[in-house]
Design a protein around this ligand. Structure first.
Ligand SMILES: *Cc1c(COP(=O)(O)O)cnc(C)c1O
Length: 377
């Protein structure tokens, strides 16, 4: 089955009991047992629920892994992954990861005894050097937010294998439509399904897929023990949203490329960052490891004042955090998603006050360009 067909017919296709073409919402907590321990595969909905099970089967298939698991948010997914480790274990985490990832590692899990080093995953020598005898995993994101830096998943997987540590990839920005980290050697892939997978700004969810069944079983044990599961209604919303992932991602990308090319020609824009542009430093690496470049773009309008002006004038770009939905969202990372990072560190990273990030939606790109044109002039 090819990818676009898998998106429509993959996982559990409809309801075998009634012929319903969509998986029903099993709004239920417990299941009748014929005799003690004799049941149809479901006992209690924290452990397993048919709607969630359909979603978990579907994402496992899309990412090419053995086991999928669905959680109440991306952070619940990551926290469950982190709960695989023991006090005294060390993690290497990308130095440019999602702020919530940084927060949960440094403010919650280090309190419980995990150790962490934040290292640039684009610097393979630095990663190799950061591995300690107690290192258990490397956690990475590619491309990163909002600077869209790309790291080499295969090369990091080679390092991880040689050092006997797990490679864990946050694939939120790419989705399985464009990039499959497990095929490139990662052990665990996870998503904030709140973003592109849901795609409609109407659900908060997290998904995890493990390459092998044994690790999947271990993770299911922790999922059931902690209980941060996704409910049946939200599981259904994700199943519904993901059916159109292919058409949405194609459209996001077409629009983003058009915007990137248009912005690149303007003399009042200091810098345009999009991995799909041939001038992006890791353009070729991205081409090698992904099938597309995604729908996120960042550009520098020069100053905080100018950024404010643009934001106040745009009509079709909603000023909001989050990303990956059908509507275009605009933000200024320095004062929104990345405000908690000290100014000095932001400058080091290149998150300037004039940096504007857009999650490009699937509106008509002519309208988007016209709108930015009037906002910039
Ligand atoms: C949003 C996001 C998360 C966190 O996911 P939630 O669903 O908000 O908990 C993790 N990683 C990335 C890259 C994200 O964009």
């Amino acid at each position: 089955m090819r990818l676009k067909t898998r998106l429509i017919h993959g996982g559990i296709d409809g309801d075998p009991n009634t012929g319903a073409v969509s998986v029903p919402i099993y709004q239920v907590s417990t299941y009748k047992q014929e005799a003690i321990g004799k049941h149809k595969g479901f006992e209690y909905s924290r452990t397993g629920n048919p709607t969630r099970h359909a979603l978990e089967t579907y994402i496992a298939e899309l990412e090419g892994g053995a086991r999928g698991l669905a959680f109440g948010s991306g952070m619940a997914a990551l926290s469950t992954i982190l709960s695989l480790f023991n006090k005294g274990d060390h993690l290497i985490v990308g130095d440019d990861v999602y702020g919530g990832t940084y927060r949960v590692v440094t403010r919650v899990f280090t309190r419980l005894g995990l150790e962490a080093s934040f290292v640039d995953t684009g610097d393979l020598a630095a990663i190799e050097k950061a591995v300690q005898p107690n290192t258990r995993a490397i956690i990475m994101e590619t491309p990163t937010n909002p600077l869209l830096k790309v790291s080499d998943i295969s090369a990091l997987a080679d390092i991880a294998k040689s050092k006997n540590v797990l490679l864990i990839v946050d694939n939120t920005f790419m989705t399985p439509y464009w990039q499959n980290p497990l095929d490139l050697g990662a052990d665990i892939v996870f998503h904030s399904a709140t973003k592109y997978l849901g795609g409609h700004s109407d659900v908060v969810a997290g998904l995890v897929v493990t390459k092998d069944a044994e690790l999947g079983e271990e993770l299911h044990y922790v999922q059931n023990a902690i209980g941060g599961i996704l409910g049946p209604q939200d599981s259904w919303l994700l199943l519904r949203g993901m059916k159109t992932l292919g058409v949405r991602m194609e459209e996001h990308e077409t629009n983003t490329r058009a915007l990137a090319e248009w912005l690149s020609k303007r003399s009042d824009i200091k810098k345009v960052i999009y991995p799909g542009l041939s001038g992006h430093p890791q353009h070729e690496l991205m081409q090698k490891q992904a099938r597309g470049f995604g729908g996120m773009i960042s550009f520098d309008v020069g100053s905080a004042e100018r950024a404010d002006e643009v934001l106040s004038k745009v009509k079709w770009f909603t000023l909001a955090e989050s990303l990956g939905a059908v509507e275009s969202l605009i933000s200024v990372p320095a004062r929104m998603t990345h405000a908690s990072i000290p100014a000095e560190r932001r400058a080091e990273l290149g998150i300037t006050d004039g940096l504007v990030r857009i999650s490009v939606g699937i509106e008509d790109v002519e309208d988007l360009i016209e709108d930015l044109e009037q906002a910039l002039s």
